[in-house]
Write a protein that binds this ligand. Structure first.
Ligand code: MD3
Ligand code: FE
Length: 217
């Protein structure tokens, strides 16, 4: 039998995978909505371009960031915080686009967190080589609310540790369209992203963009 060269390759990855108690990977969850998602993303980054911020310790992050929603995550010499105003423009962040909010809330429900209402969306841009070292997300007011993450563009190796920094991280490949919901005990687990491998994504080009939806305040 001859294979049809143009036949779609079946996706062998399961559509849903439990990563830990409270953490679920929903593969391809936003694929059906990628064009609206990317159109909204374009408007946000036009108003509030990606910028590489400095940690309080004086190191410039390799990941470039921007935000939308009522609160945005920022870092500078004085510390990490959520702020309603973009420090670059002095203007409020753009409102969270309805398609962003709808997808985040649907994913949270699917992950077992009904009633999630994010007020912040942090948008991370990884160029080849960019990485995020192991950390916890502790700047939000309510650790009872999950964080929902959406991956777009080049695949990344996500490092998922445990409650202690020394816990050996498991590695997961996150691809274009994948969503992860992190709540319950996993909400405060250490995590990071390995240096992004170079490549050229058919839709997003030479980059990975990650959206994280949070209840910041
Ligand atoms: C697990 N971003 O912005 S998203 C971050 O791919 C961040 O850009 C990574 O870590 C990225 O803080 C990972 C997945 C993620 C986000 C928050 C978490 C995983 C998490 C909070 C607790 C546990
Ligand atoms: Fe994080």
């Amino acid at each position: 039998m001859t294979a049809d060269l143009f036949e779609a390759v079946p996706d062998v990855r399961p559509p849903r995978e439990a990563m830990a108690d409270g953490a679920v990977l929903l593969r391809g969850f936003v694929k059906p909505h990628e064009s609206e998602l990317i159109a909204s993303l374009r408007e946000i980054v036009t108003q509030a371009p990606f910028r590489r911020m400095f940690t309080p310790g004086g190191h410039q992050m390799s990941v470039a960031m921007t935000n939308c929603g009522n609160a945005g995550w920022v870092t500078d010499h004085s510390g990490y915080r959520y702020d309603g105003v973009d420090p670059v423009s002095g203007q409020p962040w753009l409102a969270m686009p309805p398609v962003f909010r709808a997808l985040a809330e649907m994913a949270a429900s699917d992950g077992g967190f009904e009633g999630f209402s994010p007020d912040a969306c942090l948008i991370n841009r990884y160029a080849p080589g960019a990485r995020m070292s192991l950390h916890q997300d502790r700047n939000e007011i309510d650790f009872g609310a999950p964080i929902v993450s959406v991956s777009l563009g080049l695949p990344a190796t996500f490092l998922f540790g445990g409650p202690k920094r020394a816990d050996k991280p498991q590695r997961y490949r996150l691809e274009h369209g994948d969503v992860v919901v992190w709540g319950g005990p996993s909400r405060l687990f250490f995590h990071g992203v390995a240096p992004l491998a170079d490549g050229d994504h058919a839709v997003m080009g030479r980059q990975r963009i990650n959206l994280t939806f949070r209840k910041a305040r």
